[in-house]
Design a protein around this ligand. Structure first.
Ligand SMILES: [Mg+2]
Length: 383
């Protein structure tokens, strides 16, 4: 098969059931922060992708990108995505268009896998693992509530957890911060992984390097696996200092897009763990390049994935294809993760997720379930 042509591309924003974002400006039911993308082909094969941004932006971006896309060879994800990047640089590279290209790129890898009958992980060069540990991502809360939420998620089988922002740091009360982390560690038990995210890319983060250093010292006492977004997202100098001084590994990168933006962070040694988001940076093609670039610098890659089931499916395939990626992010209690596939993700007895070995991303969207979250799910399917 020399060529499978792209015939159309469709966008379905997800509404009404976004989990609480915990941001200064909270997500409302009428807001969409995720959109699903479908790339249809003349072979009758459809690929699916996911974009983390407002669905209206994805729809507008698609109007701009469609003429560059329709008629292209659907079996060449990296070349086609690069064509979109190269021809849209003047319209705000790194922003909405890059986010939207992520969804197209993921969908094209899905098409390539389905047409060649191979899982995406193998097409990326080979698979290092068949399962990966998901860490359950949860908003922080007052200590008693935090413990309750974590107990419930541990009972569901998770053995790795990330708790983020809410009152942490915002109340300017170091005792409260520590009480939350202590309650979390007690709730998950000494054997579980516990990660902490300050969420400093939210509006008007009030703290700087000294707060981050003091807090990192506190987190060490609770066996925290990494300290994420402890500083504002552009504070690269402070990140460099923090990484050198912190007893806890330092993670960030979820708001960066494009491989080029990650380069100074790696060259300057600002991070222990880099967290590009496959649904923002430019898709699987771009994420793979960032992940391997990080590997050359001895920096660990664990994708950011505040995400949909399709985004998680892409993260799983990337985790399969990277030698040292042992975690994927899994938002606790999001119907966009748990409620839109024909066969939902199921944790094994160790709290790991099997990486789908069927063609493409290896997951299937459920049209009826999707109808609860998007007005016109039919546009995501071929017939
Ligand atoms: Mg984060």
């Amino acid at each position: 098969m020399r060529s499978v042509k792209i015939t159309s591309v469709a966008v379905a924003p997800l509404f009404g059931a976004s989990p609480k974002g915990g941001w200064s400006s909270e997500i409302k039911p009428e807001d969409s922060v995720h959109a699903l993308v479908a790339v249809h082909t003349d072979a009758g094969v459809t690929g699916h992708g996911s974009v983390f941004t407002d669905g209206r932006l994805v729809q507008a971006a698609m109007e701009v990108l469609r003429p560059l896309l329709v008629g292209e060879n659907a079996l060449e994800p990296e070349r086609v995505s690069e064509k979109l990047h190269q021809n849209s640089f003047w319209m705000g590279r790194g922003g909405t268009l890059t986010h939207a290209i992520s969804g197209i790129d993921i969908a094209l890898w899905d098409v390539l896998g389905k047409v060649t009958n191979q899982p995406v992980g193998r097409l990326l060069g080979g698979t290092y693992r068949r399962r990966v540990q998901p860490y359950c991502s949860l908003l922080m809360d007052e200590p008693a509530l935090m413990a309750q939420t974590l107990h419930a998620m541990r009972a569901k089988g998770f053995r790795a957890f990330k708790i983020g922002w809410g009152p942490f740091g915002r109340a300017a009360d170091a005792k409260l911060d520590e009480a939350i982390v202590r309650a979390a560690r007690e709730a998950v038990g000494p054997d579980a992984k516990l990660l902490v995210d300050a969420g400093a890319s939210d509006a008007y983060w009030p703290h700087g390097l000294k707060w981050a250093l003091r807090t990192a010292e506190m987190l060490k006492d609770y066996g925290v696996g990494w300290f994420e977004e402890a500083l504002r997202p552009d504070a690269i100098d402070d990140y460099c200092e923090l990484r050198r001084a912190s007893p806890v590994p330092i993670a960030a990168g979820e708001v960066l897009t494009r491989r080029q933006a990650f380069l100074p962070w790696l060259v300057r040694g600002a991070l222990d763990i880099v967290q590009p988001d496959v649904t923002k940076v430019g898709g699987i093609s771009e994420q793979r390049r960032i992940a391997w670039l990080a590997d050359e610098f001895g920096v660990r890659y664990v994708g950011h994935g505040w995400n949909t089931a399709i985004g998680l499916a892409a993260d799983l395939q990337l985790a399969a294809a990277m030698p040292l990626t042992d975690l994927v992010e899994f938002i606790g209690g999001s119907p966009y993760l748990d409620g839109i596939l024909t066969e939902p993700f199921i944790l094994d007895s160790d709290g790991y997720l099997p990486i789908p070995a069927s063609p493409g991303l290896g997951v299937e969207l459920d049209r009826e379930k999707l109808a609860q979250y998007t007005p016109n799910p039919a546009i995501l399917f071929a017939d």
